[in-house]
Design a binder for this molecule. Structure first.
Ligand code: ADP
Ligand code: MG
Ligand code: MG
Length: 875
């Protein structure tokens, strides 16, 4: 078995397809070597070893040591240097890297191989003692910090003590002797901490390797995987990359940088990056010195700049996606140290996918797959209007790092942010000097992130963009004081818990809570992408809408009809509830009809508005569904008033109200059961629906009403209710002398209905799966009470998902599939849809596609998400 994969001039044993085994970093380093991009040579210890390491009590496979030795020998040969040599020492970096890019694992160790003797060899070779001691002290610090867990601040303290003694401010002002002194003091830090610095490079290498594998299971990494839905065992582990060092800190003709081949914020086809001359490794990201924009490199070294541009386009052509790269220039020679598909804002992700398809680098289908449903969701998120921002109190301006708008109570550490969000249900803005991988959970809990240091490629910026969170970085005016739990901004002091607002598009920070608005309509690249999705998808997309306003929004978002209008929502309006209560508490048919006659014109008006907004498209209206007692007066005052109006005594009415109490209302007197007992209710609603439709027909408009009966369990029951509807409808239509087609169908939301769907389809002209109730009744989990235990089910791994969020394919899904097949067996052209919350959830949409439903129906803002998901289900 093979555990070590070499990459360099001699050979490249890995490639980009081997991400699982070599991690993203290792696989792409090998791939770059293969396509002729300059990369320093190195080797990757596969993630298989990580798995072995944990399965065998932190031991390695026997053959590993020899394989590593052989790879180091090849490296020595290729570089002409020796590992541990006093003449020309070979230095390496040790880098972690899993199949999925994962902050939270071990930090990179640079300059490994240095010790008291090899540093002399390096000085002899380079003739630059300051550079060599600087490299050594960096190594001591990283190795101590990362491998031996010596407090970072201990090293910081030693360094600043020397700077103070020398009266200088910057590291760069320290000379060779000073750096030598730093090395000495760093070694003292080790002994003070009771740790030994291993002088033997081989020992260094194995300890660093242990640390990388060890970091796979550290708290940060585990938390990151949990947060990102990566299950334990889904990945083998991390790989370890050992790469020959190249030096960006050997003078002004050297440097290091990071770049994106396209703008990760806007998606514009415009590279984007930062460059820091005479610097090593993470100096750029650490934010200690301010890097130049990449374009400056054109002045510093035009040849390298041009070479870099060439590489950008070569990489994009090869990977067919925007790349995020890390590079180093050593004495004017360029090396790439990493490439990966770049993280981007949701907006940029759409723009880049559409551009790549327009550039014919990818197909439309691929473009549709490049954007996640979550991206689309975020794009429909709120923003601040110009007016709102102009009238708000501007506190400061930082670097706009991730677009969007957010308001929240400020929290100064991730734990507080999580607590405020989870326990107190607050919107939170996390404010930090800068963020690090430990902050991930706090960032996820926050609405937005604000940091006082860092640039556009800092940790906060990159992570926030990935999460689609509003973020501002480098807002230097913000000073956080952890002790007093306050922040100072331009003379103003803000306490933890006070509200601020941030605009991630302009970089502006405001005092207080600003009202944000949802973006209306889809534009530009998103419209184009969703247009492609529409060409690809087979499922129809409808919306759940109870008002003309919702219907209009949904239509703008691309809804092709209404899959569910809940009439009862209209009953709660101030001017109607009184008549509704009258209807419910009536003791005679006469009384009830009086109340119903009051409701009829109101309902007709509602339906008219909805039909009009959806002109030409099908509209499914469900008859009254909830248990009646939901509408009853609860206050004595209201009971009294109602009794008076109805000519009853208070006591009489009170008794009626009490009689309507149910022990288990969700399985009680509701749905079509109401129509069975009080057909006049169904009759009134039918008249309102058909009446409204006829008005539109009269106006020359086209309407397609579909009347839907809820909670059917039995064919005879459906027959009865349908006859009431058909009688009322046909009477009205023939009286009008107009022509109007309508359909009568049913919801399938009780298991018995699914089981007898072939029977039911004899009368039902369409089916709509109400998967909220169907899930409730299939599991026997009350929708109103399951919150108390479902969390435990998921924690204990009994349930993988909340079945009310993600359609359970195995159980509930089986009923959907069977119900559809049975229904179509007796009515081949039966139209079947779904109108539960699942209709806008990507995995559930995919399932609906698989079982051959005609459409899904979801809330207006989820319509674009459903359009994309339905297309992705096809590809
Ligand atoms: P991360 O996953 O945190 O980005 P990397 O392993 O990519 O960590 O290393 C971070 C940085 O360290 C790189 O961007 C590069 O600047 C520097 N680095 C890593 N290996 C080398 C090397 N062999 N030579 C020079 N610089 C290196
Ligand atoms: Mg790092
Ligand atoms: Mg990197």
């Amino acid at each position: 078995e093979k555990f070590v994969y070499y990459f360099g001039k001699k050979k490249a044993e890995g490639d980009a397809k081997m991400k699982n085994l070599l991690g993203g970093k290792g696989a792409n380093l090998a791939e770059m070597v293969k396509i002729g991009i300059p990369v320093p040579p190195g080797f990757t210890i596969s993630a298989e070893v990580c798995k072995y390491y944990y399965e065998h009590g932190n031991k390695y496979p026997e053959s590993l040591e020899n394989e590593v030795k052989e790879a180091v020998r090849l490296l020595e040969e290729e570089t002409g240097k020796g590992f541990g040599s006093n003449e020309r020492p070979l230095l390496v970096s040790v880098r972690s890297g899993a199949a999925i890019s994962m902050p939270g694992m071990m930090d990179t160790i640079l300059n490994l191989g240095l010790n008291d003797e090899t540093v002399d060899g390096m000085i002899k070779e380079s003739g630059n003692p300051r550079f060599c001691y600087d490299a050594y002290r960096r190594f001591l610090q990283m190795f101590g910090d990362v491998v031996l867990k010596i407090e970072h601040s201990e090293f910081e303290g030693a360094l600043s003590s020397i700077k103070k003694e020398k009266g200088v401010k910057l590291d760069t002002e320290l000379d060779a002797d000073d750096m030598k002194e730093v090395v000495k003091r760093y070694l003292e830090v080790y002994s003070k901490a009771g740790k030994e610095f291993p002088q033997d490079p081989w020992k260094q290498l194995w300890m660093a390797t242990d640390a990388v594998f060890g970091s796979w299971m550290n708290e940060r990494a585990i938390k990151y995987r949990a947060l990102n839905g990566i299950r334990e065992g889904e990945l083998l582990g991390t790989a370890v990359n050992v790469v020959a060092m190249v030096f960006g800190n050997t003078g002004e003709d050297s440097g290091t940088g990071v770049a994106f081949t396209r703008d990760p914020n806007t998606g514009e086809k415009q590279f984007y990056g930062e460059y820091l001359p005479n610097a090593q490794g993470e100096d750029v990201v650490a934010g200690t010195r301010t890097p130049f924009p990449l374009t400056k490199l054109q002045d510093i070294n035009p040849a390298v700049y041009d070479q870099l541009l060439d590489i950008f386009s070569k990489l994009e052509n090869h990977y067919r996606d925007m790349q995020d790269i890390e590079f180093t220039v050593e004495h004017g020679v360029l090396y790439l140290l990493q490439t990966r598909n770049g993280k981007r804002t949701p907006y940029a992700s759409v723009k880049i996918a559409v551009d790549l398809a327009d550039e014919k680098r990818i197909s439309k289908e691929e473009a549709v797959m490049r954007v996640t449903p979550e991206h689309i969701e975020t794009l429909l998120h709120p923003y601040f209007t110009k007016e709102t921002m102009e009238s708000a109190e501007l506190l400061a301006k930082g670097i706009a790092a991730s677009p969007g708008a957010a308001s929240g109570a400020v929290a100064f550490d991730p734990e507080t942010a999580e607590k405020m969000a989870r326990e107190e249900g607050k919107a939170v803005i996390l404010v930090r000097p800068e963020t690090s991988p430990e902050d991930i959970a706090g960032m996820a809990a926050a609405q937005g992130i604000l940091t006082s240091t860092g640039g556009k490629t800092s940790h906060a910026a990159v992570v926030a963009r990935g999460m689609g969170k509003t973020c501002i970085v480098g807002c230097e005016a913000v000073e956080v004081d952890q002790k007093t739990r306050t922040m100072r901004v331009n003379g103003k002091t803000i306490n933890e818990g006070e509200w601020i607002s941030i605009d991630g598009t302009s970089g502006e920070v405001f005092m207080g809570k600003l009202d944000s608005v949802k973006p209306q309509g889809l534009e530009g690249p998103l419209a184009k992408l969703l247009g492609w999705a529409d060409e690809i998808r087979k499922l129809g997309i409808r919306t759940n809408a109870d008002t003309p306003r919702d219907a209009k929004i949904a239509r703008e978002f691309g809804a092709e009809g209404i899959g569910l209008t809940r009439t009862e929502h209209m009953f709660f309006q101030e001017d109607r509830i009184f008549a509704v209560r009258q209807m419910i508490t009536s003791s005679t048919r006469e009384q009830r009809e009086k109340a119903l006659n009051k409701l009829l014109p109101m309902q007709e008006e509602d339906f008219y508005g909805i039909f009009k907004a959806m002109e030409g498209l099908p509209v499914t209206i469900r008859l009254l569904d909830p248990p009646l007692h939901e509408f009853l007066p609860k206050e004595d005052e209201d009971v009294k008033e109602l009794a008076e109006e109805m000519g009853m005594t208070y006591e009489e009415l009170k008794t009626t109200v009490e009689d309507l109490h149910e022990f288990n209302p969700m399985m009680g007197f509701r749905g079509c059961r109401l129509a069975v007992v009080y057909p006049e209710i169904a009759e009134m609603q039918t008249k309102a629906i058909i009446g409204a439709a006829l008005k539109l027909v009269e106006e020359g408009k086209s309407v397609v009403p579909e009347i839907m009966i809820p909670l059917i369990v039995e064919l005879e029951e459906l027959k009865f209710v349908k006859s009431v509807i058909v009688k009322a409808a046909d009477e009205l239509i023939s009286k009008s002398g107009l022509k109007l087609d309508y359909k009568v169908g049913t919801m399938i939301e009780v298991p018995r209905a699914a089981l007898t769907a072939d029977e039911i389809a004899k009368e039902a002209e369409f089916f709509s799966f109400g998967t909220n109730d169907l899930t409730q009744m299939t599991y026997g989990f009350s929708r109103d009470d399951y919150g108390k235990f479902v969390g435990h089910y998921m924690e204990k791994g009994i349930l993988e998902n909340d079945p009310f969020q993600k359609l359970d394919r195995v159980g509930v899904g089986q009923l959907v599939k069977m119900g559809t097949e049975k229904g179509r067996s007796s009515r081949p052209d039966l139209k079947v849809g779904i109108c539960g919350e699942h209709g806008g959830e990507p995995s559930s949409v995919e399932f609906c596609h698989i079982v051959g439903l005609n459409y899904v129906s979801c809330s207006p803002y989820r319509v674009p998400v459903a359009r994309l998901s339905a297309a992705q289900a096809v590809v």
